[in-house]
Ligand binder design. Sequence first.
Ligand SMILES: [Zn+2]
Length: 470
Amino acid sequence: MLQKFVYRISILVVACLFLTSLASKEAYASLKDIPTSYAKEINYLLDRNVVTGYPDKTFGPKLNVTREEAVTMVGRALGYNGKERQTSFKDVPATAWSSGYIETAYQNKLLTKPSDGKFRPKDKMTRGEMAYLIQRAFNLTEKGTVSISDVKASGALYEAINAIVTAGLSNGYPDGTFKPNNAMTREEFALFVARGLNKDFRVSMNLEPIGEAYVNASSLNVRTGPSTSYSVVGALANGTLVTIYKEEGSWVYISAGSLRGYVNQNYLVDTLPTPPTQEPAPTPSTEKIIAIDAGHGGKDPGAVANGLQEKEINLAIALKVEKILKDKGYTVVMTRTDDTFLELSERVDVAVKQKADTFVSIHTNSAANSSASGTETYYSTAALNPRAENSKKLATFIQDRLYKALGTSNRGVKEAGFHVIKKTPLPSALVELGFITNKNDSTKLASEEYRDKAAEAIALGIVDYYNWRK
Ligand SMILES: [Zn+2]
């Protein structure tokens, strides 16, 4: 449903809030670290001597506010007697600079005394403690429908948070939490005190919506105030529907889900923006089509030794792999199923034309030195990732199973530019089962039992790869 993005332009009457005395202007002009985001509120407090800054002329906005600092700030805001004196707390002596405000706050029931009689003046004030203190200090009694996800919806803490949220002193966090155990910074606490003192600083929790609009930007920042100098509390995706509560210049205060804050209204439109036209993403095939290439064949026997021909070993094992994978529901493309000669490029073409998504070539190794033995698997980095990455993974899965199944030595996973694995566009691996020139290896390669083991291992390595790939 589309609603018209129409709202009343309200004129904010703010000038009267900032009448200041010359003396206090000088006082805060000398504090150099007032944060831009909260300048209005903190200057308002400086004008009233609610905050004074440190002796080194800083405000320390990002420092944690201590419990004695927080109570002093509230005491000054309420015009309490801050004269240093005896207190009701064991750990706040009469000589403490904050003793007067702490005692007056206690007498006025802003504070309770724990059973150990301590106030813990140097501890950091938490957001939960702040909620109690601010609720009592500004006598906030109205309760609303407030959803805070990390505070149980009953009990004194919830009551206090509900009251300060309902009064517009806080919205909680954009993610819908309040984080009552978190410490507070001096600027944050000052903000709550300023909002307690002056309703014009309060946030717009209970404003009536004045319109709706859609985000017309790839990502639109939501900020704590109506300019880019305010901090970002979240971002909205293109086409997000937002509810508008009020306008301030070119900014509007909005909500979208649990996110509330200011956005630049130049990025809002009154009808749903049409998304940029895109080619539909190719749907990745869930079908598994594996090409198995038995090396050599026909006039090319491959390596020959110990009464064996490589082409025969490769084919026998390739046919076993085919059967195992077909039984598991895979579609298997064979580059050859008999003693046929194929050029290397033909092997790649067969796989690609039959829409294979993965390619495994099976070979048997040979060496002039008959002591060379073991199993190794190759992949090629000739093409860009992710093909090369997938190829390495495929080779690794097969190698890990194969040398163990054959009981051969592990010569590892290696990179090489063999034609069939380099020229195929598919993730591919080339297996060297073992050395036909080595006595032990060739005995195994001649045995039906070991051929079954090799085929099972290669098939399971391929299954490992597909399981990893999805
Ligand atoms: Zn070969």
